[in-house]
Design a protein around this ligand. Structure first.
Ligand code: GLA
Length: 331
């Protein structure tokens, strides 16, 4: 049995986050609001439950976040069959993705932890040995900064992200009363399997516009794009001229989370299939209990080299470096 650890980071504002080397997972995020200590993340009670659930709660996702159609890629004329784990497609790096690995704790201090992982050549079908580091830093102005570094021995697609689900109300209700803003002019329509079904569309198509703060419940099932996926489960191409990628506001307006990132896209997922996922309180979550905002490359990017974003392929000699920052503001 491998030993799993829980690491706690604390800042001068009394904010506290917990992480684990299992999946380099973000377990908990507690902020003080007057006398209240509010938990802002969905999570389970035990490691056994984390291992049983399939919602990727708080986990580090890799080697390739989101879906790759038909679980296959071609690189420089060579065909690679990847492990399929959602029908014929691959989701979040395959059957044994980075979320299911025990990472090494490279270093640990009061406000930072760095995890590392070596993904061998051929892991889940991918070419090249990939050395990965994921660092979590909690700053004194309530920012959680995640940084990913990676190097490879062969050209491979890489798309690392975190799959935290937020409920800024402290899990007292579902997130449909939260408001969300995403600075994006385009989104990707998908089929019922989450595979891009067309090219990028303007967000004004099918009522997918989130450029102004908008209640998540607003016309949730009224859009044909959202009907296919049972709620939001879509990638938005971020407007890089805007400093903040997304803003999420709790129903009671006491907590605002600002998300900034170096990534070109953001997957917005309203927890449409969360039902039965074990929660922290001896029970289970219902659908829409949390919203995941996953900064990443657009889904299935290896098959769409002409999309307007930088390449998701990492070459030997290059260093992969991406950042996601969540700042929690108490009003
Ligand atoms: C994963 C994805 C989400 C969503 C769910 C559906 O968690 O990250 O975007 O598609 O699967 O189960």
């Amino acid at each position: 049995m491998s030993v799993k650890h829980i690491i706690t980071l604390r800042n001068r504002q009394g904010m506290q986050i917990k992480l684990s080397d299992w999946g380099a997972t973000w377990l908990s995020c507690v902020v003080p609001i007057a006398e209240e200590k509010r938990e802002l993340l969905l999570g389970c009670q035990t490691f056994e439950q984390y291992q049983q659930q399939d919602a990727y709660l708080g986990a580090t996702i890799g080697r390739y976040a989101n879906r790759i159609a038909n679980a296959e890629i071609d690189i420089a004329g060579k065909h690679y069959q990847l492990t399929a784990n959602q029908g014929v497609n691959q989701l979040h790096g395959g059957k044994l993705g980075f979320d299911k690995q025990l990472w090494k704790i490279e270093s640990q201090s009061e406000q930072q932890v760095i995890f590392s992982l070596i993904s061998p050549d051929g892991d889940q079908g991918y070419p090249g040995e990939l050395k990965v580091a994921a660092s979590y830093t909690l700053t004194d102005d309530n920012q959680v900064i995640i940084e990913y570094h990676a190097n490879t021995t062969k050209c491979t697609p890489v798309n690392l992200t975190n799959h935290a689900y937020f409920n800024l109300d402290g899990e007292t209700n579902n997130v449909l009363g939260h408001s969300l803003k995403v600075n994006a002019n385009y989104y990707l329509p998908v089929d019922a399997n989450g595979i891009p079904s067309n090219d990028l569309l303007n967000v004004t198509e099918d009522d997918m516009d989130l450029r102004q703060l908008r209640l998540l419940s607003d016309n949730l099932f009224g859009s044909s794009a959202r009907k296919i996926t049972g709620g939001y489960d879509h990638a938005y191409l971020l407007d890089s001229s805007k400093p903040v990628a997304a803003q999420l506001v709790s129903s009671d307006k006491k907590v605002t989370m600002n998300l900034t990132t170096s990534y070109p896209a953001l997957q917005v997922y309203t927890g449409n299939f969360l039902t039965h996922t074990p929660n922290r309180h001896n029970g289970v979550y219902a659908n829409f209990a949390g919203v995941a905002l996953e900064a990443q490359f657009l889904p299935d990017s290896p098959h769409h080299p002409t999309w307007p974003q930088s390449s998701c392929f990492l070459e030997p000699g290059q260093t992969y470096l991406q950042q996601i920052c969540y700042q929690f503001c108490i009003n």
